[in-house]
Design a protein around this ligand. Structure first.
Ligand code: 5GP
Ligand code: ZN
Length: 133
């Protein structure tokens, strides 16, 4: 398959590896938004989390925890933002699921998850809640 992240996961394309196990591969983002900005991918190709089997999904989260532990040890950040862009409308560019781990440092000028979007739409929380009943 002609997928750049599949190729990185198989070490067919070079990347600065941070961590690897049977299920996942983590490497430094080529255009970092923070010192140590790392992406963690499942080795199995999946465009989004919906496409990934449950075992790989569980292992991916364990991989994220391991990578965060490594970054904490090596770079001593003061916090992290962790997440992924799912779907092009949400900013996904590479169509292979990847979790961004962005180490945060005091005074780095960044925002929080809440700065991604501030547009709750027309419905109030009570009306949205009815959809889950
Ligand atoms: P997305 O917007 O799809 O969530 O983010 C894709 C990320 O992958 C971007 O942050 C981009 O810099 C990174 N990226 C894209 N191609 C490569 C590559 O070939 N090598 C590495 N190390 N990172 C890449
Ligand atoms: Zn892939």
């Amino acid at each position: 398959m002609d997928c750049i992240f599949c190729k990185i996961g198989k070490s067919e394309i070079p990347a600065h590896k941070v961590y690897e196990d049977k299920y996942c591969f983590a490497f430094l983002d080529i255009k970092p938004h923070a010192k140590g900005h790392t992406v963690v991918i499942p080795k199995k190709h999946a465009v989004t989390l919906f496409d990934l089997d449950d075992t790989s999904a569980k292992e991916l989260l364990l991989g994220v925890k391991k990578v965060m532990t490594i970054l904490q040890k090596k770079l001593s950040p003061d916090g992290f933002n962790v997440g992924w862009n799912q779907g092009s409308e949400a900013g996904q560019v590479v169509p292979h699921l990847h979790i961004h781990i962005m180490p945060r440092y005091i005074g780095d000028g960044g925002g929080s998850m809440h700065s991604i979007i501030k547009n709750p739409g027309e419905l109030g929380v009570e009306e949205v809640a009815k959809k889950f009943k």
